[in-house]
Design a binder for this molecule. Structure first.
Ligand code: SAM
Length: 273
């Protein structure tokens, strides 16, 4: 546990139904609640992710339902939302989130850019259950512009009805090379399908970047998270797939973390090599 005190306070706040900041204002805690808090802290100390115990994960301005079977969104992925928004050139864009998991990227865009139409694609049954739940709470909040699609992003053709129409593809696909040792709390908590991308970590990324190139309209943009060892490999794949303006970016810890690129505008010609 990297931050045991904070985690214990968050679990106490969860049981008592108050924010963490209000804990100091409470007069006391009754026996039943104390037992519940002790039980949760013991599970956390044994390695259960905090978000599985509270049932929610914070992402941008959202609280997303999460639990066993779905990837818990990470703070570094929040950077992709700003990067994607900066690449938009229309006020009412069509945005596609591939490998959506709990819906973190796509639902954050829907929340922050109410004029956007957002399509979220996921293929894992357990992840889809959380995705539906999180999308439904947006729809209950009056946002009908969110569409969920159960599809394998490596299967061709992906979203054939959207070919050449998408303004922005955001994606955090599975990218860890199989066999990479991971901390026990990551390896034991997130589903393998969310983490591993084949022997070199690029098995999902390769077909995905080709599908995204077909989906994007000329000038449309792709923002893709990748393993910190792929700061050269993913930009190379993007150039090979015909993207322009390919760039790689670091996360707040200084690690290579995501790439951005555009589908060339109509009439754009690659320089002869
Ligand atoms: C690293 S998680 C990211 C989830 C979410 N985008 C986020 O950032 O929190 C990758 C997700 O891709 C899904 N996935 C893996 N392979 C897939 C495929 N071939 N087609 C569709 N989804 C896939 C997994 O089920 C998982 O939910």
């Amino acid at each position: 546990m990297a931050s045991p005190r904070v985690d214990a306070e968050l679990l106490a706040a969860h049981v008592l139904g108050v924010s963490r900041g209000r804990l100091v204002l409470l007069d006391g805690v009754d026996r039943t609640d104390r037992d519940k808090i002790d039980a949760l802290v013991a599970r956390r100390a044994a390695g259960t992710p905090l978000q599985h115990l509270t049932g929610v994960a914070a992402f941008r301005h959202l609280e997303l339902a999460v639990g066993p079977g779905v990837f818990v969104p990470r703070p570094e992925t929040e950077l992709l939302v700003d990067a994607g928004r900066a690449l938009l050139s229309r006020p009412d864009p069509l945005v596609v989130d591939l490998c959506a998991g709990s819906g973190a990227l796509g639902l954050a865009v829907a929340n922050e850019l109410p004029t956007a139409r957002v399509v979220l694609v996921e293929h894992d049954p357990a992840a889809l259950r959380y995705l539906r739940r999180n999308a439904e709470s947006r729809q209950a909040a009056g946002d009908p512009a969110v569409r969920l699609v159960d599809a394998d992003v490596t299967a061709d053709p992906l979203l054939p009805d959207l070919t050449g129409t998408v303004d922005l593809v955001l994606t955090n696909p599975p990218y860890v090379p199989t066999g990479t040792p991971l901390p026990p709390d990551v390896a034991g908590a997130d589903p393998d399908r969310a983490l591993y991308g084949g022997a070199d970590g690029l098995a999902v990324i390769r077909p995905l970047v080709r599908a995204a190139a077909r989906l994007l309209r000329p000038g449309g943009a792709l923002v893709i998270e990748h393993d910190d060892t792929h700061g050269t490999a993913v930009p190379r794949l993007l150039v090979a797939a015909g993207y322009a303006e390919v760039a790689d970016h670091r996360d707040l810890a200084g690690r290579d973390r995501y790439s951005t690129a555009r589908r060339p505008p109509a009439g754009w010609k690659t320089a002869p090599s």
